[in-house]
Design a protein. Structure first.
Length: 100
């Protein structure tokens, strides 16, 4: 696929503009009022994962003490495990230097 260049006398290189990235692509506020480009929301995702881990763990402990059917406790433990896995993935991506 060739990307057309609007300037006369300039030959277009296939997909070169797409390899570099288009300015403001996926950012509806790009260029409005000098808004910076959107960054990866890794820190927010980390906060939500920690909150979910703490909440699910506390609820699982509370429900097990209250003698609730084991299915609810197992579901909360599985969600807590998913939170731990998400925290590990986020920490790994942050260590690699991804923004956010």
């Amino acid at each position: 696929m060739m990307v057309a260049d609007d300037r006369p006398g300039q030959r277009s290189v296939p997909n070169e503009r797409y390899r570099k990235g288009l300015p403001g692509y996926h950012d509806p506020s790009a260029g409005i009022g000098g808004a910076p480009r959107a960054l990866s929301p890794l820190t927010l995702r980390l906060c939500l994962a920690v909150f979910g881990l703490c909440t699910c763990t506390a609820l699982a402990i509370w429900l097990s003490v209250m003698d609730v059917p084991i299915g609810f406790v197992i579901a909360l433990v599985m969600l807590a495990i998913a939170g731990v896995i998400d925290i590990v993935v986020i920490a790994r991506r942050k260590r690699r230097g991804e923004p956010g």
